[in-house]
Every structure is written in structure tokens, then in C-alpha cells.
Design a protein around this ligand. Structure first.
Ligand code: ADP
Length: 729
């Protein structure tokens, strides 16, 4: 055995142990992370085993220990200080310790807005047998409305069956516990309880332009931390800057010949994507309309395997927005190009099978290899690829930890605007469901192993069949074992985490001020998932690993824009609004005492008009008038720069934020209802039918927006194209 083989074995062995621990969410001790710094990333937890030459993934394992064979704690693993003890209770009695207060919450609890009887769950009530011994009463199965699941249906059905839950394929008159939508939050209207697998606004937020904007804001504030997203320009509005910057770069160094990738906003599956080497090659118009697109620096040195470019599809669960809870699937997919890679040159710019990793494109190449094995073919498991890299001596722990950091930072970038959508569609204090969502992260590894974010999919394909050409020109869907293995695990374990019986965190444990450290003090042990007797006895360990709040300490400082969004939401006033009117903006300025003799209320009005007008040009098809969050951020940054001239941008923003928060004080009483909090007081069981008639939400601006829109979905920025269900890239 060579040294390298030995190293790989040791590394894989260590990762195996970490994977085992991570799989048992209930006993997984807190992992330590490197100190916070731009490069600080979480320790990985892998699910790779090194049996044979092929990697087998996330297998059910019996071992419980978080120690290595010598009995020492694993490197980077520590027991959480806030661990809750009462895990062995046979009746799902959960006790929530509020860190630092010594307070214990028992019984009725609120999670993401839902009141739940945790003390004696409806699912786990006890009964007594004749000789007095306690028997767990048979739980009512969790009900899932799958009528709108679309292409996720097959994987969802398998998952529900494995969990012994009850499926309602045609919907149900009475409320279900979980609603599984194929496209957006609004696939079913008038849901007033339970949980929906989509957040309002997620489709819109993850369109290419909006994602680029959100990441750009974070790049302005934290340039070193957000260097995982390629430099991007928004078209048509930034065409001049793009042209000027490229011209200057080329003039200053004539050997520079960068390549750019142009992606239509709202496009998917590689549709309409092309590469250019000069701004003059941009196709700026569709008919007489300017084309909305993102033009992005092309990563021309990707990591290759078998001389082929590939990308990673990683599944990420946002379990709740408030408090923010993020899980990452320990297994993902890799999609391979079907033509050997060469660095872009004028000749090969149009070779899509060389440059684009989209499954939907490459499946039509004669070179596409369908394989039932995880480690060969044009679609492979992530673990099999990591295994290959480990064999070559790559530090895959580092790679995985960088990927986790990329995911957390990306989610932090989109959360502020998601909260604005959330409060508009599900106003605090009004009946409505709570939400969770599986996202598909597309990540490219550069030759130097640095992960780069390509895009985030709000509707990642959960199909477990793949298209195959069964006769020339005749395509059919045939089962795909690789897809099934990965996707069923992700859906089943998402359901397990969302099991109403398992809900635990409390409304009262939610941060008062968005993302402030005070909010983070309250911690509920994140590892008690699956503690309820939820039929999980025969199920494998969870394949989803919690990364937030687990790594709060390393990333909490990035949640600055969320605090600004909290101010914005506070001044929105009317529930259901997403835009500030001029009066509300004035109130914000007055309340926070931001005007003075140098900056009069007349200047405030001019600022409002100026910024709002520019943003309504940038977002021409938005229906609601007023100042949206992006425009408010611009105004806020401007005010911060005016007031704290001598500081750097981030310090300016922090200083202004602190000033505003000090003037506003803690939110209380009626103001609380307008706060950023996404939690709501849930009604007791109310029949959907009744609420359809008298749903107060129907009078809200959000409902009116929906009614105005042709397809009953809010926010007309959507084009029908983006609402395609579950696209496979
Ligand atoms: P779509 O939603 O249409 O799939 P993506 O942003 O995922 O759009 O891009 C499609 C493909 O193009 C990706 O899967 C990847 O292979 C390639 N790609 C995208 N952006 C870049 C980039 N900046 N550098 C190199 N390749 C890229």
C-alpha cells in the first residue's frame, strides 16, 4: 500500500465516522468549526464509505459512538453545551432549554408559527394496557396532500410509503398536515394550516437576476466572504458598465481575453445560454424588447474528471426562515459534460456538450452514458466523485466544508427578501400554513478545488426516471437508480424533519431583532430530530445534516441585510404590502431621527422619488408602486455613507443600523405583529372549506395582487417559463 493509499484510507475512515455521526441527528455532538474568517468553513460530515472501489453512501449504520476506535473524540467534534437531556422519554415529551435564561418551556410550543402540543403530542399519546403498563397509542398517520406534486410524485409516493404516512393524491376537504407543491407556494390557494413545501417568493428570488442582485449586495458588504460567485452584470441595465469594464481590462493587458456566459433571466436547463468573448457579441433584444439576462465571468479552468467538465447538484432544505434552519443533503448528484473539455476559444464557444453540464442538454448527445452504477456514466453520485478525488489525494473534507460555507452564505443572501414576501403572503397573526423548501444548488469545482455557485434552483427536479432514447428519435422515461437513491432519501428525510410530531423550536425562542446575537442565544438542541416514535425505527439515519443554526457563530455576522429588512418590514404598515410608500419612508426617517438641517424632509422626499423611480425602471413589470427592499437598501446605504463619511461601507451600514435600532427600541405590542418575525399564531383546527369563504387574507394586498394576476400568483415579474415544474438541469 502506498502512502497515498494509506492517507486516503485514513481520511475516508475519518469521514465515515463523521458521516455516521451526522446521520444520527439525535446524538450527533456539536462539531467545531475553524475560527470565523473569510475562509472559515464548517467541518464536513461526509457519508462516504470506502468499501471496495465504489463508494457506497449513507448506509444504515448501527454504531452510535462519536469517538474513534481509540475512544478519543473525533477531531473537530464537541458535545453541545445546550444539549437537552430528556431524549429517552417514551412519550415525546420535549423540553426546550432557553440558553442563558435557565427557562424551560414545556408542552405547548410554537414552531415556525404552529402551536403544537409537544408535551403530549396527538401523535404519541400514551394508553395503558390491562396490567397498567404504558403502551404508546397508535399515532394518527401524518397526512400529505400530493395533488400538486407534479414530477416529484413518484419519489414522494415512495417516501410516504416508507414513512407509513397517508397520501391524499386528489387533495382533501379537511386540512392536511403537509402540502407538497410542484411549482410554487400558490399551487394550492387558501391553505390556512399545516406546512407547505414552498416559500412564497422563492421562485422570484432565485431567478438569475434577483439572485445576482442579492449576492452582489453581500459582495459589497463582505467582499472576501462572497467570492464564490462569479462576477456578474445585469442586462440591460448594466450593459454600459459591462462594456466599459471589459474594454478597460483588455486595454490594460492585451493578453487578457476573458470569456463570458450569458444566461437569460428565468431560463433553465441551459435554454438560451451562450458564451461570448466581447460585449459586442451580446444579443440584447428579443424582438423590440430588451432581453433580461445575467452576463457572467466564465470559469474557464474547471476541475475535470475523465477530461470532462462536471457540476454538482446539492439538495438543501430550508426548514424555517425564523429561526433560520438550513440542512444539507449528504448525498448529491454530479452531471457530466459529454465532450472532452478545452478552454474556451472562438472555435469551440458553441460546443454546448463541452461547456454546459446540463443533463437536459447532454442527454441528447450520442456520448451520454446511462449507468445504473453510482460511479460511472454521465450522472453520478457526489460521494462517488468525492471518493475518486480522495483517491487522488484531494482534501475532500476541505472541499465539503467550503461547500457548506457557500450554501449558508447564499441562503443568508436571499433570506431578507424572502422575509418580505413571507410577511406579505402570510401576515403575522393571520391563519396560514408554515413553509419549508428543498432547493437545488448547482456548484462547479474549479481546478484549484474552490467551489463556485452557478445558480440555485427553487424547483430542483425530483424525477427518479430519466429520458432514454429507446429507438432512434423515440425517448421514454425509464427508472434511474442513481436519481432514486438520492432523491427519495432527500424527500423522505425532509418529511421526517417536518413531521408535525417532531416540531420543537418555539415562537418565544425567536430572535426579537433579526439576526442579532441576542436572538442566537436561544438554542434548542438541533439534534433531537426524529425523537418521537415516528415509525423511524426501520428507517436509515437522516441523510440531511443541519448546518444552521449549528454554525451560527461562524456566519451570524453576515446577517446584516436581514436587520435592514426588519426595519423595512416594520415600516411597511399595512399587512400584505411589499413596498414602502412615501409617508412610511418619511416616518422611518423621522422615527430614526435621520433628518437634520443638512438633510431636510424635502431632501428625504427627493431621495425617495429618485431611488424609487430608478428601481421601478429596473423592475418594469412590477405592479406595486412604492419602494421595494432593494430600493430601500440603496437608500439605506446612501444615508449610511452620508452620516458616517469616514468609515468603510460595512461599518457605515452597521453604524446606521445600530442608530436606527436604538431609536426604535424593542418591538412590542401591536408593532410586534408587523415585525420581521415569520412566526404566527395558528388557529386551532379550522376547516379549509369554511376558511375559503371567509379567509381574511383575501382582503390583503397580497391576495389582491394574486387576484390581479392571470395565473393567480403574485408578483408579475414571473414569466410562465419560470413556473415550469421541477426542471432537471
Ligand atoms: P440553467 O439554469 O439554464 O441551467 P446555469 O446557470 O445552471 O443555467 O448554467 C448552465 C450551465 O452552464 C451550468 O450547468 C454550467 O455547466 C455552465 N455554467 C454556468 N455558469 C458558468 C460559469 N460562470 N462558468 C462556467 N460554466 C458555467
Amino acid at each position: 500500500m502506498t502512502d497515498r493509499d494509506g492517507n486516503v484510507k485514513v481520511q475516508l475512515g475519518q469521514m465515515k465516522s463523521l458521516g455516521e455521526d451526522a446521520g444520527k441527528e439525535e446524538t450527533d455532538p456539536e462539531e467545531e468549526m475553524p475560527a470565523s474568517s473569510p475562509s472559515a468553513s464548517p467541518d464536513p460530515s461526509s457519508c462516504i464509505t470506502s468499501t471496495g472501489t465504489d463508494a457506497s453512501v449513507c448506509k444504515q449504520r448501527g454504531e452510535k459512538s462519536s469517538k474513534d476506535s481509540s475512544g478519543k473524540p473525533l477531531q473537530g467534534v464537541a458535545v453541545p453545551a445546550y444539549a437537552v437531556k430528556n431524549f429517552n422519554s417514551p412519550v415525546c415529551e420535549q423540553t426546550l432549554h432557553i440558553k442563558g435564561t435557565g427557562k424551560i418551556l414545556q408542552g405547548k410550543s410554537q414552531s415556525n408559527g404552529n402551536y403544537l402540543g409537544l408535551h403530549e403530542s396527538r401523535n404519541t399519546q400514551e394508553t395503558r394496557c390491562e396490567d397498567g403498563c404504558k403502551l404508546p397509542r397508535k399515532r394518527r398517520p401524518v397526512t400529505v396532500d400530493t395533488s400538486k406534486a407534479k414530477t416529484s410524485l413518484e419519489a414522494l409516493k415512495i417516501s410516504i410509503k416508507e414513512l407509513k404516512w397517508k397520501e391524499f393524491p386528489l387533495g382533501r376537504r379537511a386540512a392536511c398536515d403537509i402540502y407538497w407543491h410542484g411549482v410554487s407556494f400558490h399551487d394550492n390557494e387558501n391553505i390556512v394550516s399545516g406546512q407547505v413545501n414552498k416559500f412564497p417568493g422563492m421562485v422570484e428570488m432565485l431567478r438569475k437576476i434577483n439572485l445576482s442582485r442579492a449576492v452582489r449586495t453581500m459582495q459589497d458588504l463582505f467582499p472576501e466572504e462572497y467570492d464564490f460567485y462569479p462576477r456578474s452584470w445585469i442586462l440591460p441595465e448594466e450593459y454600459q458598465q459591462f462594456s466599459a469594464q471589459i474594454r478597460m481590462a483588455k486595454e490594460s493587458d492585451t493578453s487578457v481575453s476573458p470569456t463570458f456566459i450569458v444566461k437569460p433571466d428565468g431560463g433553465s436547463q441551459g435554454d438560451g445560454i451562450y458564451l461570448i468573448r466581447d460585449p459586442s457579441d451580446l444579443k440584447l433584444m428579443v424582438g423590440s424588447q430588451p432581453k433580461q439576462a445575467v452576463v457572467q465571468e466564465y470559469i474557464n479552468k474547471p476541475l475535470l474528471i475523465d477530461k470532462l467538465k462536471f457540476d454538482i447538484r446539492l439538495y438543501v432544505l430550508i426548514k424555517s426562515l425564523e429561526p433560520l434552519e438550513i440542512y444539507i443533503a449528504k448525498e448529491g448528484l454530479t452531471r457530466f459534460c459529454t465532450e472532452p473539455y478545452q478552454e474556451p476559444c472562438q472555435k469551440n464557444l458553441t460546443h454546448v456538450f463541452m461547456h454546459l453540464t446540463n443533463y437536459s442538454l447532454n442527454v441528447h448527445s450520442g456520448n451520454f452514458v446511462h449507468s445504473d452504477s453510482q460511479s460511472t456514466g454521465s450522472k453520478r453520485t457526489l460521494s462517488s466523485v468525492l471518493y475518486r478525488l480522495a483517491v487522488k489525494g484531494v482534501d475532500i473534507k476541505r472541499v465539503w466544508s467550503d461547500i457548506i460555507a457557500l450554501v449558508i452564505k447564499s441562503v443568508i443572501a436571499v433570506v431578507p427578501e424572502l422575509k418580505v414576501y413571507y410577511q406579505a403572503d402570510i401576515p403575522p397573526g393571520k391563519p396560514g400554513p408554515t413553509c419549508f423548501q428543498i432547493l437545488g444548488f448547482d456548484i462547479l469545482l474549479m481546478k484549484n478545488l474552490k467551489p463556485v455557485l452557478l445558480e440555485v434552483n427553487s424547483n430542483p427536479s425530483m424525477r427518479i426516471e430519466h429520458e432514454q432514447e429507446v429507438a432512434p428519435g423515440v425517448f421514454q422515461y425509464v427508472p434511474s437508480p442513481v436519481d432514486e437513491q438520492v432523491k427519495v432519501g432527500v424527500i423522505r428525510d425532509t418529511l421526517r424533519l417536518m413531521d408535525p410530531c417532531n416540531k420543537k423550536s418555539t415562537a418565544s425562542s425567536q430572535p426579537k431583532a433579526s439576526g442579532s446575537s441576542q436572538g442566537e442565544e436561544i438554542q434548542v438542541d438541533g439534534e433531537q430530530q426524529g425523537r418521537c416514535p415516528d415509525n423511524s425505527g426501520n428507517l436509515p439515519p437522516l441523510c440531511l445534516k443541519q448546518v444552521y443554526p449549528k454554525y451560527t457563530k461562524q456566519f451570524n455576522h453576515l446577517r446584516l441585510v436581514e436587520r435592514i429588512a426588519a426595519l423595512f418590514i416594520r415600516f411597511l404598515g399595512v399587512k400584505g404590502n411589499m413596498r414602502l410608500g412615501p409617508t412610511a419612508f418619511r416616518t422611518f426617517i423621522r422615527t430614526c431621527k435621520l433628518s437634520n438641517s443638512n438633510f431636510t424632509m424635502a431632501s428625504v422626499d427627493i431621495l425617495y422619488i429618485d431611488i424609487t423611480r430608478r428601481w421601478s425602471c429596473a423592475l418594469p413589470d412590477s405592479r406595486e408602486a412604492g419602494m421595494g427592499l432593494q430600493a430601500f437598501l440603496e437608500a439605506f446605504f446612501y444615508l449610511a455613507a452620508r452620516r458616517f463619511k469616514s468609515l468603510m461601507l460595512r461599518e457605515q451600514v452597521v453604524s446606521l443600523l445600530e442608530l436606527c435600532e436604538a431609536h426604535l427600541g424593542p418591538q412590542s405590542g401591536s408593532e410586534d405583529r408587523r415585525s420581521l418575525s415569520c412566526s404566527r399564531v395558528m388557529p386551532r383546527v379550522i376547516k379549509t372549506q369554511t376558511l375559503c369563504l371567509s379567509n381574511p387574507q383575501l382582503n390583503s394586498p397580497a391576495a389582491q395582487r394574486r387576484a390581479m394576476s392571470q395565473d393567480c400568483r403574485p408578483h408579475q415579474r414571473l414569466k410562465p417559463r419560470t413556473l415550469r415544474a421541477n426542471v432537471e438541469n
